[in-house]
Design a protein around this ligand. Structure first.
Ligand code: NAD
Length: 508
């Protein structure tokens, strides 16, 4: 394992970002402390050092945020759609102007390698706000051909105040995936970032205010899931909740939303099938499959976490794949050379290591990794080596449950039918893909695989214009693309009697 690190401690590194760090809730256009003064310490996953204490919202703070959003809604929803769009375009510009600061903040708070935050996370965040800025005035109603003499038209109206609860794995990007369509469609938002990674979300709130988003339109309330998150899901003043996170929490949200029958959108876990056929371009498949699982330390709902290999190429593939995985540079995320950082929290690192024990108990073979790296410079951080495990069966826990770490489960097959059975053999269905030169097979699998996204001869590509979401236990509803605008609107059907010759119902 090659590793790298820089000499600065986490505290010193965060000092370089002091001016970018916001430590308060953002409600009604102002940064404020939590009503009860509660805070939580953000920790640098590279060395477990404290970065800053950030305010944690309680129920009273969520109430204030909802009230601010309700007050802002009439003016925001009646603003010309093109003007809402223009403001979102300015948000994208502000994000690009602050790219380096945002990328460093994300790397510090989450453990994302800086090179990924610079090249992917922050540019994609700007791109997504820009896409929805352009979308704001493209949302049209329609005219329905009903009975002669009547005009029936459909309006797409915003929902009002929307709650958005997101996880810690891609915090900056999720601000744009969630806020972009909600705001473009004319809603106001109360967003809760994950308690352990609030820093870039708070910075985005500040940039949005600078870009001209009116007070109260966006409120950012970091807080504990069981307190602020649960209360947002229950809140009678909120008309919809959009959630990204685990399937277990998604179920709780559905239950909590029942009080006022909120509209619910769920982007949940995954166990991505990544199938490599014996006719594939192996070099491309090996590189793409490593990216599919090891990018962001495997902390991705769409990670290619089940590597399903044709038995004819399995040994050669695994030999070359593990050689590549062994060469991935682990190190301090703020070092520009680092290719893989630490996991985002100690608790999550321990959970992932727990799956190494489960693998051994199930008779799996740990081919690579399965432990923290032997490097004193990384010993205080939450690092795990790239881990490759051969499972005995696709029904094993390591082939069924989401590990959400740099942990790939390897399975083999001998026929197309078997590959499809394995690929569809979990209750998840978020992202999956295949590597083959056979065009007919590629299309057949695209049709047959039970998954919201399919990649062919690539993996883990996302784009603001392409709808994203799951089948089965991976949730329902779609982020991004035109679909997302529909998620944040409700249809109103308007009937007008133009010149209908209808007889009176009651002849008197
Ligand atoms: P999590 O469900 O524990 O937490 C996600 C968010 O929900 C956090 O903000 C948390 O504070 C909040 N939360 C926790 N309990 C809550 C409750 N009772 N009510 C309301 N909110 C509550 O998930 P996590 O461990 O932070 O994130 C990892 C999970 O997210 C993985 O399962 C991953 O697959 C999933 N994920 C899905 C997508 C997708 O688009 N489908 C994207 C990224 C991550």
């Amino acid at each position: 394992m090659s590793t790298s690190s820089v000499a600065l401690s986490g505290v010193e590194q965060s000092a370089g970002l002091r001016s970018a760090i916001r430590r308060q809730l953002f409600i009604g256009g102002r940064f404020v402390d939590a009503g009860d003064g509660a805070t939580l310490t953000c920790v640098n996953p590279h060395d477990n050092s404290p970065i800053v204490d950030v305010a944690m919202a309680g129920k009273a703070d969520v109430d204030k945020a909802v009230a601010a959003a309700q007050a802002a809604f009439p003016a925001w929803s009646r603003l010309a759609a093109s003007e809402r769009g223009r403001i979102l375009l300015r948000v994208a510009d502000r994000i690009e102007a602050n790219l380096e600061e945002l990328a460093r903040l994300e790397a510090l708070d989450t453990g994302h390698p800086l090179r990924d935050a610079r090249a992917l996370d922050v540019p994609r965040t700007a791109m997504t706000f820009r896409y929805f800025g352009g979308m704001a005035d493209k949302l049209e109603g329609s005219v329905v051909p009903v009975d002669v003499g009547f005009l029936n038209y459909l309006l797409r109206e915003p929902l009002g105040v929307v709650g958005q609860v997101v996880p810690w794995n891609f915090p900056v990007m999720f601000t744009s995936w969630k806020l972009g369509p909600a705001l473009a469609a004319g809603n106001c938002v109360v967003m809760k970032p994950a308690e352990i990674t609030p820093l870039t979300s708070l910075k985005i709130a500040e940039l949005m205010a600078e870009a001209g988003v009116p007070d109260g339109v966006v409120n950012m309330v970091p807080g504990l899931g069981a307190v602020a998150g649960q209360y947002i899901a229950e809140h009678p003043g909120i008309g919809k909740i959009a959630f990204t996170g685990s399937t277990a929490t998604g179920r709780r949200i559905v239950q909590a939303s029942a009080g006022n029958l909120k509209k619910v959108q769920l982007e949940l876990g995954g166990k991505g099938a990544n199938i490599v056929f014996d006719d594939a371009d192996l070099s491309a498949a090996i590189n793409g499959s490593a990216y599919a699982i090891f990018h962001n330390q495997g902390q991705a709902c769409i990670a290619g976490s089940r590597l399903i290999l044709h038995e004819r190429i399995a040994d050669e593939f695994l030999e070359r794949f593990t050689r590549l995985a062994r060469s991935i540079r682990l190190g301090n995320p703020l070092d520009a050379d680092t290719e893989m950082g630490p996991l985002t929290s100690a608790q999550h690192r321990d959970r992932v290591l727990g799956y190494v024990s489960i693998a051994r108990e199930e008779g799996g073979q740990v081919v690579l990794g399965g432990k923290p790296p032997d490097n004193a410079a990384l010993s205080r951080g939450f690092y795990i080596e790239p881990t490759v495990v051969r499972a005995r069966s696709y029904r094993d826990r390591i082939a069924q449950e989401e590990v959400f770490g740099p942990f790939v489960t390897v399975l083999t097959f001998s026929s197309d039918e078997e590959a499809l059975r394995i690929a569809n053999g979990t209750e998840y269905g978020l992202g999956g893909g295949l590597w083959t030169r056979d065009v007919a097979r590629a299309h057949r699998f695209a049709r047959e695989m039970h998954s919201g996204t399919i990649w062919i001869n690539t993996y883990k590509r996302v784009h603001a214009a392409s709808p994203f979401g799951g089948f089965g236990l991976s949730g329902y509803g779609r982020d991004m693309g035109f679909e997302a605008m529909h998620e944040y609107t409700q249809v109103k059907s308007v009937w007008i009697n133009v010149d209908a010759a209808t007889p009176p119902w009651y002849r008197r």
